[in-house]
Write a new protein. Sequence first.
Length: 446
Amino acid sequence: MTALNKQKIQEDFKARMDEDELLNCMRCGFCLPTCPTYIQSGSQEAHSPRGRIALMKAVVDGLIEPDEDIENTLNTCLGCRACEPVCPSGVKYGHLLEEARDIINQHKKHSVPVKAVRKIIFEDLFPYQNRMRALTALLGLYQRSGIQALARKTKIMSLLPDTLATMEKVLPAVPTMKEMKERPDFLPAITPLRKRVAFFSGCLMDTMFLKTNDATMKLLQLAGCDIIIPQNQNCCGALHGHAGEKNGAKELAKNNIRAFENLNVDYIITNAGGCGAFLVDYDHLLKDDPEWTERAKRFTAKIKDISAILVELDFHKQDLRLPPQIITYQDSCHLRNVQKTSVQPRLLLKAIKGVTYREMKDADRCCGSAGIYNIVHSELSMQFLDYKMKRIHETNATTIVTANPGCLLQMQLGIEREKLSNKMRGIHIVDLLLEAVKYAKTEVKQ
């Protein structure tokens, strides 16, 4: 950063950082045992929530300059927010982190290639669902045309970094453009009506993970929900918010609020922990905009994860069955730490007859996916994943259940890295629950 950049960053830290929130940190250290980067760093204070808050406060007070070391320390944080539930003062660390990253990014001179990539991702791609569909369709063409098979046969993928090459192997079979375009805007309950809900379909979830979205809506129908799926909704903005593109995140938030606010529904349902956590924070994101403050509060009050509404509607009391297998659950950090939803997924999984549920040690510790963390901080991410795989092996589980697409890909990446794809699988909880519904019906017929 240039001297001018540092001066502007210092000024913005002083003007924009919530000093009351910074002062709320009592330096008690309760956050330290919960912080993956603190543990992985060998207990370096700068890589803990307490240490990062101290650095932010020092920049605000003018005691240190906001240099590259400060930026790297903030960027190596996973943003898992595991520190928040254990904080006696209730410090909203995630809000501080996102504000600090946004300030630094606004005054950082990116190289031309990085600037171009950021523009494509944040301005030209994710805000437009039709472009997301087009990109996914190209991936589908790659998978179905024989190009993928040829690329693997010729070992051209070995030219990529190991993590990216392995990631290519675990990408789901993506839908066709026709399937992505033929999305419903309303689905009726197929059991007695109990709730009227809206479904947040997301960007990646309604393209690359479209089948999981379909499974989610089928479960809602079975639970007695009429479902409205607004066609004018867009990306939640989490990727923007976590990467220092706050203005872009605000525009996406406003559009989503417009899309959902006049639907007269009981809840807005999500099935991706990361998306849900960002949606439920729209009231904070737009707190300084008088036109949107109350609208955002009304929106966030209706956000509910799919597992939470299924438990509320007693779905776990239905006949759910699967062939014998050992299953375990990997928490989505944001679902657990921000949406406070951890009991419900476990209750649903334990209700499935025929399976053995085993809780893994540190199921609530981040797996290392964290959005695009496993790409930009690949080495660190793989260290977190290696630890997670050890904990999974201790359970002897053959089915690893998650509630977030990033976590799912990370688990599948771990399985592939250890060459266990013929013995173990990763699966989203709604896909497993729909399997259990279908298997139970098959058992009854027999």
